[in-house]
Write a protein of this length. Structure first.
Length: 330
């Protein structure tokens, strides 16, 4: 008598052919689910050092500028590992972010990790294109005139003092005035990131600097008495006509968080209302302070539409103002 696989029953009561079919279907389902999950994960992390996968709703105007990014490249030695250090964030990585946002021009800010060795920033300027890229350097007070001119030819247009975490800083507050004096004839500016109490303490020094002053990240002011005093200092300097503010890195100034960062709106709008001709925007990619979760750069860009509903003002912040501050040619 021949066996019939359709009717044969095993010791455990299951038809072998049907069991094989069930196992095959289950394996296929699991593989499909796994592939789908992996595809979704890849889609949600397809941009280096940035969350999300969607493009912003806000359409960037031609020649729009992202006025604050950093490049981290293993080709160049780290000299200050204590400062916030994200995983590698190269020019190629940033090009994906730039394409996502639709911006054209870029300002690269020297990370504290590289100290006064500005090669990582100069290399990135050259690779992104000198006509549409500028840089902010970190220098010492004893830099030579020859070195300053070389930085200028390489696209540098300002000097940064990142003093918010003094223990990780590579510069000091007493260097600001001497450096400002050295760079003023080049048409450069000083870019500051410091705590609110230091802004208040150094107010008179900052007001008398011989070059423009740019405050990073809306000056990073807390909701404290010191923060309110520092805001008055920054607003007073804006009124004097030689101070600028970057409305950037909303995540450094919020308790509400994404996607609205609604507790940052009043601060951003106060600067925009005070000096719409001296405000610029930056992404702060790759967000070096954010170690566990990277912000969504599309959401950060879309905040501008909430802060600045007027298209003419958006044009100024994204195109006209950066051209003035950094010397971009039309």
């Amino acid at each position: 008598m021949a066996y019939n696989m359709d009717t044969e029953v095993s010791m455990d009561g299951f038809n072998p052919r049907r069991r094989a079919l069930a196992l095959s279907l289950a394996a296929g389902w699991m593989a499909g689910s796994w592939n789908s999950a992996m595809a979704q994960a890849a889609e949600s992390h397809r941009f280096s050092n940035s969350s999300g996968s969607e493009n912003p709703a806000l359409k960037a105007p031609p020649l729009a500028c992202d006025a604050h990014i950093h490049i981290y490249d293993d080709k160049f030695p780290i000299v200050n590992p204590a400062a916030a250090l994200p995983r590698q964030a190269t020019v190629d990585d940033y090009l994906q972010i730039q394409n996502r946002l639709g911006t054209t021009r870029t300002v690269i800010v020297q990370p504290s990790n590289y100290g006064t060795d500005n090669r990582v920033t100069l290399d990135a300027i050259a690779r992104l294109g000198a006509a549409k890229t500028r840089g902010i350097a970190v220098i010492s007070t004893d830099i030579s005139e020859k070195e300053l001119l070389a930085l200028h030819r390489g696209g540098i247009r300002g000097v940064r003092f990142s003093l918010f975490e003094p223990k990780n800083a590579v510069t000091r507050v007493d260097m600001i005035e001497p450096v400002a004096t050295r760079i003023s004839d080049l048409g450069w500016h000083v870019q500051l990131q410091m705590r609110s109490d230091l802004i208040v303490e150094q107010a008179e020094t900052l007001k008398r600097l011989p070059c423009p002053v740019v405050f990073d990240h809306m000056a990073r002011l807390p909701s404290t008495e010191s923060g309110r005093e520092a805001h008055n200092v920054v607003r007073g300097m804006l009124d004097q006509g030689r101070t600028w503010v970057k409305v950037s890195a909303a995540y450094l100034n919020t308790k509400v968080g994404p996607p609205t960062y609604e507790d940052v709106t009043a601060m951003a709008q106060s600067y925009i209302a005070a000096a719409p001709e001296r405000v610029v925007w930056g992404s702060d990619w790759p967000h070096p302070t954010e170690k566990t979760h990277k912000p969504d750069d599309a959401q950060l860009f879309d905040l501008l539409a909430a802060w600045v509903p007027d298209k003419r003002a958006l044009q100024r912040i994204l195109v006209d103002n950066p051209a003035t501050l950094y010397g971009f040619q039309a």
